[in-house]
Design a protein around this ligand. Sequence first.
Ligand code: UT7
Length: 332
Amino acid sequence: MSKITAAITAVGGYVPETKLTNFDLEKMVDTNDEWIRSRTGISERRILKEPGKGSSDMAVPAIEEILRKKNLDPKEIDCIICATVTPDMVFPATANIIADKIGATNAWGYDLSAACSGFLFALSSGAMYIESGRFKKVIVVGVDKMSAIVDYTDRTTCIIFGDGAGAVLLEASEDGMGIQDSILKSDGSGRHYLHMKAGGSVKPATAETVAAREHFAYQEGQAVFKFAVKGMADVSAELLERNNLTGDDIAWLVPHQANLRIIDATANRMGLDKEKVMINIQKYGNTTAATLPLCLWDWENQLKKGDKIVLAAFGGGFTWGATLLTWAYEGK
Ligand code: UT7
């Protein structure tokens, strides 16, 4: 019996309409467009402004796009894995809320917390359910409303992040397409450099934690930058090597969109031309778990069946990894 592989068979995405430009940020903190563009590659990001809206409100339209494209009844979905660090609530899981909102009444699901590597980790988890033959239709969604946890008085973090959602449908491939190999890593000692100080069980919310602005993302940018450059480039190069591939064999690199300089370093290490690298950081910023599927969403109509694609990410935890997949359908 041939091995079942798990393939992405549809992509959906959603970004809020409201744009927060570098020029808007110039009016909020001591920064400037030139610094932000040259140090990160970002020009603007999208922000979910409407009160009372959360991550599920971005995940739902992204998944509904998939349902429309595939003419799929939501009741056919077996499982929803939602990668996010900005769940609607601490509990229940945002995956459950999404299932309810889209009418996926036969689906089970859960949230997966791996920050910027969340989509990559969730993709790998979802693929295993398909490969085992246990489930037929798995939705993997990466979504973050980073504007909910960004301190807009801190110029070192508020310039980076944006809001958005991207989703994929995983199904069994009959011809060996889809996910081929992954290297996934984590190192909890990296938690000191990128975390949220309060709101968890160690330091529950109090008036003091709110006053100390401890419910926002805290990042030591330079330290994270150094680990990210090495981590993302190392696993991407290792993944190519152990699959006997070179940069020439790869149609596309889909890198986490944290900083253009980290993306360039990874592409260089893999020996890839810039034309083969998906980059949309200039218009969305860093949407954490949503960056990888939002790239697939933006580039879908350029993808061809058989394209070899490497997805690579690095994020809080630390967490990082790379996945090699063969694209399973004509994107056009
Ligand atoms: O996605 C999850 C993982 N996260 C990442 O991968 C992010 C990794 N880190 C980064 O992308 C970069 O470290 C940042 C974009 C966050 C910062 O860039 P940097 O080149 O590492 O800047 P820096 O922190 O070394 O700061 C350089 C200078 C400092 O001034 P002095 O001390 O040299 O006078 C900062 O105070 O730039 C200053 N600075 C700014 N200036 C204008 C920091 N932020 C800003 C700003 N506007 N927004």
